[in-house]
Design a protein around this ligand. Structure first.
Ligand code: ATP
Ligand code: MG
Ligand code: FE
Length: 344
């Protein structure tokens, strides 16, 4: 089975061809980071325009790499949401165009289901498992069953983990995208120099909150700036990272133990975080469960994960006609139940 995946939910124009849901035979990711860096973050209108200019080339380059003709494909998977509406519409429109021209089935993929499916590429883990999703816009713990159906166990009440990373990066003067830079800085600092709050850590649920932590970091910075003191960037990053990692690891481990699960998949951009990888691996060894991190390049946005998800979905007939639309907000529950009403 060969699936073409297309992903344009944010600032990456990406396409990939994946064979049997696990082997990437062609992949292109055109990043817009250089364009958005000037503005300190993603500018939605700019993102949409660049997707329009890039998507066809990205798909054709991917098909060329994969040495695959359209008749060798079994389906076209595309991210329909959540994300930036204008950006999503470009990918969905392109996918619909290719589906119309080729007669191939169109497979609507939820972006977070895509992040989770990154773990299925290259082997190493099989369904079912629990997933800790830590990305720019999401922080949640999900149960994923044999059929690739999702049940949400809990999630953030305010900021996502990646969002908190990006905001702290901005506060200490590290450029967008800040997550990896805070990670690198944290490795140089003393994680015990500051003790930041671990919100909701003691609560018996699988929910998170990161906005109090973000405010605590900002208060430390402001106090020093007012006194004309230097801001200890490395120590602040190390203390912040330790607080984030402590809560993520504690809640994920608790979910694993309480649901008697054996495999944990970590997905989304923050799965690339070195501190999280180290502490979670230690905890998994201690508690006796298996933790799987996708390769670094598949943690952030890409289309191979969309094609991998598409493969699972096609096998249970989850396709859509050419009236498919894009959705800025879309829950996993609504998506997998097919509740995404086509707008008039
Ligand atoms: P979503 O998937 O929720 O729609 P997104 O697609 O913008 O959001 P991803 O591409 O999954 O998010 O991940 C990007 C996020 O990951 C950014 O917030 C970025 O700062 C963060 N990130 C990437 N690498 C690291 C790292 N090493 N440490 C911490 N955060 C990181
Ligand atoms: Mg991105
Ligand atoms: Fe993402």
């Amino acid at each position: 089975v060969r699936i073409l995946g297309i992903e344009t939910s944010c600032d990456e124009t990406a396409a990939a061809v994946v064979a049997d849901g696990r082997l990437i035979i062609g992949q292109t990711i055109a990043s817009q980071i250089a364009i958005h860096t000037r503005f300190g973050g993603v500018v939605p209108e700019v993102a949409s325009r660049v997707h329009v200019e890039t998507v066809t080339q990205v798909v054709h380059e991917t098909m060329r790499q994969a040495n695959t003709s359209w008749t060798d494909l079994d389906g076209i998977a595309v991210t329909l949401g959540p994300g930036l509406l204008g950006a999503l519409l470009v990918g969905v429109s392109a996918a619909k165009g290719y589906a119309l021209a080729t007669g191939l089935p169109l497979i609507p993929v939820h972006h977070i289901a895509g992040h989770v499916a990154a773990a299925l590429i290259d082997g190493g883990v099989e369904l079912p498992f629990l997933a800790l999703v830590v990305s720019g816009g999401h922080t949640e713990i999900l149960r994923v069953d044999e059929q690739f159906y999702f049940t949400r166990l809990g999630g953030t009440k305010d900021d996502a983990a990646g969002e908190a990373y990006d905001k702290v990066a901005r506060m200490v003067g590290l450029a967008y995208p800040g997550g990896p830079k805070v990670d690198a800085m944290a490795a140089l600092g003393n994680p015990d120099a500051f003790h930041f709050p671990r919100s909701m850590m003691e609560e018996d649920n699988y929910d998170f909150s990161f906005s109090g932590l973000k405010t605590a970091v900002l208060n430390e910075i402001n106090q020093r700036r007012q006194k004309g003191q230097e801001v200890p960037v490395a120590d602040l990053c190390a203390g912040f990272q330790q607080a984030v990692v402590d809560v993520l690891v504690e809640k994920a481990a608790r979910a694993m133990n309480q649901t008697k699960s054996h495999q944990l998949v970590v997905a989304g951009g923050v799965a690339a975080n070195q501190g999280l990888r180290r502490v979670l691996q230690d905890r998994a060894k201690h508690d006796g469960f298996h933790v799987h991190f996708p390769p670094m390049s598949l943690c952030t946005d890409n289309a191979a994960m969309i094609a991998a998800a598409g493969t699972k979905l096609l096998s249970r007939g989850f396709t859509h006609d050419l009236s498919l639309d894009a959705y800025a907000n879309l829950s996993l529950a609504d998506w997998q139940a097919g509740r995404f009403p086509v707008r008039a």
